[in-house]
Design a protein around this ligand. Structure first.
Ligand SMILES: [Zn+2]
Length: 438
C-alpha cells in the first residue's frame, strides 16, 4: 500500500478549534438496492472452455508474515532424513546445506521436488506443505513460493478464512469464492506478487495458514470436494469473477464500486443483512491528532489548501483557516461523512476545499496508525465524547463487499444451500462447474 507511512508525521493539529462543532453531516447517496435477480445458476454442468486452460495448481507466496531467514525442509515420509535440507538467506542468495556430510553451496534459488514437505522454522514451529517449494532470498529474508494443488489451496484457504463450526453450506460457499478468486488472479495473468507468485498467503489475497484445527480443515476439505471445480462467472461479461468476502457486514453489504476505486468485477450487490445489525458492534475512542495525521497523509499539509477555486480568500498566503491553523486537517466531526443506503461511510469530504478520501481508505490508514482491531469497518458513526475525544461507534468487521460470512452462516443454519448463499451475495454472477463432463 503506497504512501501510508504516517508514523513520523508531525503532530501539529490544533484540537481546540473543533471542539464546539459536534455536527455530523450524513448524506445518503445511494438509494438503489439491487433487486435480487432470479437465480440463474447454470444448471448445465457441461464441459467448458475453462477446463482446457484452468490450472490445477496455484503458486502462493507462503509464510510471508514470518519473514524467515532460515528453514529446514524434510520430506514427510517414513521419517526419512535423506531429503533434509537447510536453507539460509545470505543477502539475495540461498545457502543450501544438505546430505549427511553437510555439503554446502550458495545458489540463486532452491527448487524442491514434489512431495509432502515439513518446513521447520527457527522458532521450533513447523508446517506441512504438499506440493513443491521454490526458495529464493531477498535482503536476508527467505521467499518461499509453494506450487500447491488448487483444491488443496481452496480447502486450506476456506479453513483459514472461517471460524471452526461454520456450517457446511457456508463453508462450501467460501470454497467457491476461494477457488474463483485464485483462478481469477491466475487466469487474468494479474500476477499480484511478481515475479513468481499468483497469490500471497495474507488478507491482501486470501489468508492461507497451515495451522487450522484438524476437524475444521477436514470440514473445509469436504466443502472443497462438494463444490470441486465450481467457480463464479460474471453474467455481464462472461468472465471469471473476482469475488470478495468479509467477516460481518454490520447490517448491509455495500457495492464494490462504492467501497473501492476502479471497476467492479466481483459480481456482488448491496444486500440487507438484518441479522448482522446487532452483531459485532464496536466503539473506539480516537484523538483528533490521529485523525488529522491520517487526513494529512492523504491530503498533504498547507500545500494543498486553496485547491477549491470557489474560495475567495487568498489561499496561498499561508493564512490559517478557522479549523486548522497549521495543516489544513479538520476534525472528523467537521467533515461530511457520505454513506451508502446501508449506512457504511463510503466517502469523507471536506466541503470547503472539496478534498476527500474513501471511507475504506480512511479506515485502513487509521487502523495502520491506532491498530486495525480498533476500527474494524467503515460502518461507523461519530460523536464527541465527554473527554473531548472522538468516539467512533460502529458495526461489522471488514470492508462489507461481497459475501458476508456471518450472514452466510445464518442462511446455512436456516437451511439454505451454498448456491442460494452465493446467489444472494453475488447476484451478478452465476455458478459454473468446469470439472464435470470434461
Ligand atoms: Zn451480514
Amino acid at each position: 500500500m503506497p504512501g501510508t507511512r504516517t508514523a513520523g508525521a508531525r503532530r501539529t493539529f490544533c484540537q481546540s478549534a473543533a471542539v464546539f462543532m459536534a455536527l455530523i453531516w450524513s448524506l445518503t447517496l445511494i438509494g438503489v438496492w439491487a433487486a435480487s435477480e432470479k437465480p440463474a445458476w447454470a444448471a448445465s454442468r457441461k464441459s467448458h472452455d475453462l477446463a482446457g486452460t484452468a490450472p490445477d495448481t496455484v503458486r502462493v507466496l507462503l509464510f510471508s508474515k514470518r519473514r524467515p531467514t532460515s528453514v529446514t525442509l524434510a520430506k514427510e515420509k517414513e521419517g526419512e532424513s535423506a531429503g533434509k535440507v537447510r536453507l539460509t538467506a545470505v543477502g539475495n542468495s540461498v545457502s543450501v546445506t544438505q546430505g549427511s556430510r553437510g555439503s554446502q553451496e550458495t545458489r540463486r534459488r532452491f527448487q524442491s521436488g514434489q512431495g509432502s514437505w515439513r518446513v521447520n522454522f527457527e522458532s521450533g514451529e513447523s508446517a506441512l506443505v504438499d506440493g513443491s517449494l521454490e526458495v529464493t532470498a531477498a535482503r536476508g529474508v527467505l521467499r518461499l513460493v509453494g506450487t500447491l494443488a488448487l483444491e488443496d489451496y481452496v480447502a486450506r484457504t476456506a479453513a483459514s478464512e472461517t471460524l471452526p463450526g461454520t456450517p457446511d453450506a457456508a463453508l462450501q460457499a467460501q470454497a467457491v469464492v476461494a477457488r474463483t478468486y485464485a483462478l481469477s488472479a491466475h487466469r487474468q495473468q494479474r500476477q499480484r506478487h511478481p515475479p513468481d507468485a499468483d497469490l500471497c498467503d495474507l488478507a491482501h489475497c486470501q489468508v492461507l495458514s497451515f495451522d487450522a484445527a484438524p476437524e475444521h480443515l477436514a470440514a473445509a476439505r469436504r466443502a472443497a470436494q462438494a463444490t470441486a471445480g465450481e467457480v463464479l462467472r460474471l453474467k455481464a461479461s462472461g468472465k471469471l469473477g473476482a469475488p470478495l468476502f468479509h467477516a460481518s457486514c454490520g447490517g448491509a453489504t455495500s457495492l464494490a464500486s462504492d467501497v473501492f476505486d476502479g471497476r467492479d468485477d466481483t459480481g456482488s450487490a448491496a444486500v440487507r443483512d438484518p441479522g448482522c445489525t446487532s452483531s459485532d458492534t464496536w466503539s473506539t475512542e480516537v484523538s483528533d491528532a490521529d485523525v488529522a495525521a491520517v487526513l494529512r497523509s492523504v491530503w498533504g499539509g498547507n500545500s494543498s489548501r486553496g485547491d477549491a477555486s470557489a474560495r475567495s480568500e487568498p489561499a496561498a498566503s499561508g493564512q490559517s483557516g478557522a479549523e486548522s491553523p497549521e495543516n489544513g486537517a479538520p476534525a472528523l466531526d467537521r467533515l461530511q461523512l457520505i454513506r451508502d443506503a446501508g449506512g457504511r461511510v463510503i466517502h469523507i469530504r471536506h466541503p470547503e476545499s472539496g478534498r476527500g478520501l474513501s471511507g475504506e481508505a480512511f479506515v485502513r490508514r487509521l487502523g495502520a496508525r491506532i491498530g486495525y482491531g480498533r476500527i474494524p469497518s467503515a460502518m461507523f458513526w461519530v460523536r464527541r465524547g465527554a473527554s473531548g475525544k472522538l468516539i467512533l461507534q460502529g458495526r461489522g468487521k471488514g470492508h462489507g463487499v461481497g459475501l458476508c460470512q456471518r450472514g452466510a452462516s445464518e442462511m446455512a443454519a436456516s437451511g439454505s444451500n451454498y448456491r442460494q448463499i452465493l446467489q444472494r451475495y453475488f447476484p451478478g454472477a452465476e455458478g459454473e462447474n468446469n470439472n464435470d463432463g470434461g
